[in-house]
Design a binder for this molecule. Structure first.
Ligand SMILES: *Cc1c(COP(=O)(O)O)cnc(C)c1O
Length: 402
């Protein structure tokens, strides 16, 4: 697989630093390392392609490493958080509360209390959440700022993790939003906008374009119930990155071009309304790698196994256990043998006592020895924080932003 990193004398370089030096700096394998220049390049490309004024938010759950959140705080327009812990990460990075959207179907009373106190935008996902927030507003003598997360009444055709077009724990059904808006108008809350999240990990530009158009139409319809246009609409993101053989990168230029077409219509209907996209993996996924070390090599029934000190406790997604239906290999390299041709077919596994702990099945790799560094690409999102690090009581992986 092609990758965005440079190579020197057969060794992968991340942010200009030699992989072996990074292993020494981490103090141990396994570790994650993220290249900030790749994140910045992605943001620049987005800003160049998207119509002027489109706001970019980062969905912290993709990678909550505080240094990453801090890095992004200076470069993006806001954050989407889904817990009080994520909210604190965004606030700690110096983000103004009105730039933070707090979504999530199960916000606890304590979380809502902290969110109202902090003044972030609370994305209401049920009538109960609105009641709790209203009561907290009375208690604190403030007008909480709220948005409505809409469960879209359309479903998008293809790819990724689809949402919308049916029963869901997320958001308020589009058909119930007018009644909720009436209720909201009677309460001491400030209504800021709508949030439509229609899906994730989509590599098919026409699908994203259709989702954007339909989300915009849905929001314009809902906004007919308002006296003034909402301050913002958040159209979700859904931009995917290629993980598996045969997957092509998203044609992002097509998405941007289509936006230039439909955005003026939206601005005419809703003058002054800001348009927000919330992105997770598209911003950070390709900028990160997971690195573990080969600690043993053995042959069983004629097949070669490379056993590493890593595994699913650090990188659940690469093991195929984070929502994959058919297990496929994440792209894997031997990071210190990039000038050597593939010579063997081996199974790269983790160190846990479970057959689920696989990193790459039947990978074509150079002749690999104990001590070599296995690199899993496309690991900057849904890596460490989406993994069961307590499982089997091994130490957690280090994380570095270079
Ligand atoms: C997880 C999530 C995202 C980010 O998804 P990616 O696939 O990482 O881009 C965006 N919005 C909401 C509401 C989410 O829950």
């Amino acid at each position: 697989m092609t990758h965005p990193f440079s190579v020197q004398a057969g060794v992968l370089q991340i942010g200009g630093v030699d992989l072996r030096r990074l292993a020494a700096r981490a103090g141990h394998t396994p570790f994650y390392v993220y290249d900030r220049s790749l994140v910045d390049a992605r943001i620049r490309a987005l800003r160049q392609t998207l119509p002027h004024g489109i706001e970019l938010h980062y969905s912290i759950k993709a990678n909550p490493m505080p240094a990453m959140v801090h890095h992004l705080a200076a470069r993006l327009d806001g954050f989407d958080v889904a817990s009080a812990g994520e909210m604190m990460l965004a606030l700690d990075a110096g983000t103004r509360p009105e730039r933070i959207g707090f979504a999530g179907p199960g916000k606890s009373h304590d979380e809502l209390r902290r969110a109202v106190a902090a003044g972030v935008v609370i994305h209401i996902e049920s009538a109960t959440q609105l009641r709790l927030v209203t009561a907290l507003g009375w208690e604190f003598g403030v007008r909480p700022c709220v948005a409505i997360r809409v469960n879209p009444d359309f479903q998008i055709g293809k790819g990724g993790m689809r949402m919308g077009g049916g029963a869901a724990p997320f958001g308020v059904d589009a058909s119930l939003v007018p009644a909720l808006l009436l209720e909201l108008a009677r309460q001491e809350v400030a209504f800021a906008g709508f949030h439509v999240f229609w899906g994730s990990q989509c590599l098919h530009a026409p699908t994203i374009i259709q989702a954007h158009r339909q989300s915009a139409e849905l929001v314009m319809r809902l906004a007919d119930n308002l006296e003034v246009p909402p301050a913002f609409i958040n159209l979700g993101g859904g931009f995917g990155i290629p993980y598996f053989p045969g997957e092509d990168p998203l044609d992002f230029d097509a998405v941007g071009e289509a936006m230039h077409d439909w955005l003026p219509g939206l601005h005419r209907r809703l003058p002054g309304t800001r348009v927000v996209l919330e992105l997770g993996r598209y911003l950070v996924g390709e900028a990160g790698i997971y690195v573990c070390r080969v600690v043993d090599r053995k042959v069983s029934c004629g097949e070669t196994f490379l056993i590493t000190d890593g595994g699913l406790h650090h990188h659940l997604a690469a093991s195929g256990n984070f929502g994959q239906v058919l297990r496929r290999n994440y792209p894997v390299l031997i990071g210190n043998r990039l000038d050597e041709p593939a010579q063997e077919r081996s199974h790269v596994v983790g160190c846990l006592c479970t057959p689920l702990d696989r990193i790459a099945d039947g990978a074509h790799l150079p002749a690999t020895s104990i001590g070599d560094l296995v690199v899993v690409l496309q690991s900057g999102a849904y890596g460490r924080s989406a993994s069961p690090t307590d499982f089997l009581a091994h130490p957690p992986p280090a994380e570095m932003l270079v």
